[in-house]
Design a protein. Structure first.
Length: 162
């Protein structure tokens, strides 16, 4: 089981392709094959382990960026970005969420609003939340986020673990 790209705002952008290559190389069945049905506290621990593994992989494979976990872009807001990367020319915001359209949209709007005035690479990486969550609606919102990001001269990718 690996993350699969469902929406990608550009296939020609070198940095987006590089980020997605690293993310999609992470085998994640140990995290998400059997997590459904577990208590929320157990699921939170599982997601944290996945976040730490992905952070370590990005940090080692893309050392040109300064990487942070749970990065708070504003001292006035409690919102933090799950995995954040920054260099002179752009920032990367990677959010891990259950495959719920409302979570994807909420995180996208709140995080982009707090970003510095640089080019933004925003990545939504969704994992199964419950059997009843509608993946198709989540994919629809990936498309909306991609359109908005392009209008802001940024790039977007939406991925799911399947």
């Amino acid at each position: 089981m690996y993350p699969l790209v469902k929406v990608q705002s550009s296939e020609q952008d070198v940095w987006l392709n590089r980020l997605l290559s690293v993310i999609t190389s992470l085998e994640c069945s140990e995290f998400f094959l059997n997590h459904l049905g577990k208590f929320q506290t157990e699921q939170k621990t599982i997601v944290k382990g996945f976040q730490e593994r992905l952070f370590g992989l990005l940090d080692s494979e893309i050392p040109e960026l300064e990487w942070h976990m749970e990065y708070a872009p504003s001292e006035h807001q409690k919102d933090s970005i799950d995995i954040y990367g920054e260099c002179k020319d752009f920032v990367v915001a990677l959010e891990l969420d259950k495959n719920r359209a409302d979570q994807v949209a909420k995180k996208f709007v709140s995080r982009v609003a707090l970003m510095p005035s640089k080019k933004i690479y925003f990545i939504s990486l969704c994992y199964p939340g419950t059997e009843k969550m509608n993946l198709n609606e989540c994919l629809k919102y990936f498309g909306y986020c991609s359109n908005l990001t392009q209008r802001m001269s940024g790039l977007y990718a939406g991925l799911v673990t399947e």
